[in-house]
Design a protein. Structure first.
Length: 186
């Protein structure tokens, strides 16, 4: 049985969910970003207990199909930007549509209605957070970062970074108080 969980966007979230399942003696097949596959169907009592336990950890069990699709879209983007070695060279709309087996126009319209932003802006916000992270690690230069994140040039990355943050990448790197946004708040 597949269950979908809102705000489950990091490795830590997956660890929290595994711990909750373990405490509840629920056997699972898979724990992934935004989704858990448990071995058996849950009773209403188990489902309610899981819902409460997840809420205590800042996560939310989802029932609504549209909400589930929105979370799937977000998780595909987060996985693509933050957990892939290199962002796909494929058109983002094709990539998301292929990954989720849904019509992109429908997903885009639904995402915009529910989230109040476009999928494109959501991707950009995550790419900028990834740039911040890579700048803080100080292991890659801007040319390497722009390549990894599939920017057409360093100038394009810098322009987009400044538009979103108000700072140039080099100025951001010099800041003492380097603030990043947690993934669930992007």
């Amino acid at each position: 049985m597949k269950l979908y969980i809102k705000y489950m966007v990091s490795v830590r979230c997956k660890m929290v969910v595994r711990e909750v399942l373990k405490k509840m003696n629920l056997r699972y097949i898979l724990v992934d970003l935004g989704m858990v596959e448990v071995m058996n169907d849950l009773t209403l009592q188990q489902r309610e207990a899981l819902k409460i336990a997840l809420l205590q950890s800042g996560l939310e069990l989802m029932d609504d199909k549209k909400t589930v699709l929105i979370e799937k879209i977000k998780n595909v983007i987060i996985e693509m930007v933050h957990y892939s070695e290199e962002i796909t060279k494929m058109n983002y709309s094709d990539y998301i549509s292929q990954k989720l087996g849904q019509d992109y126009t429908y997903m885009s319209k639904l995402f915009s209605e529910v989230k109040g932003t476009t999928i494109e802006h959501y991707i950009i916000a995550h790419k900028i957070e990834r740039v911040k992270e890579l700048l803080l690690y100080d292991e890659l230069n801007l040319t390497q970062i722009s390549y990894i994140l599939n920017y057409s040039s360093v100038a394009h990355l810098s322009k987009q970074f400044k538009k979103v943050t108000g700072l140039t990448p080099s100025f951001f790197k010099q800041l003492k108080d380097k603030k990043r946004i947690s993934l669930e708040n992007v």
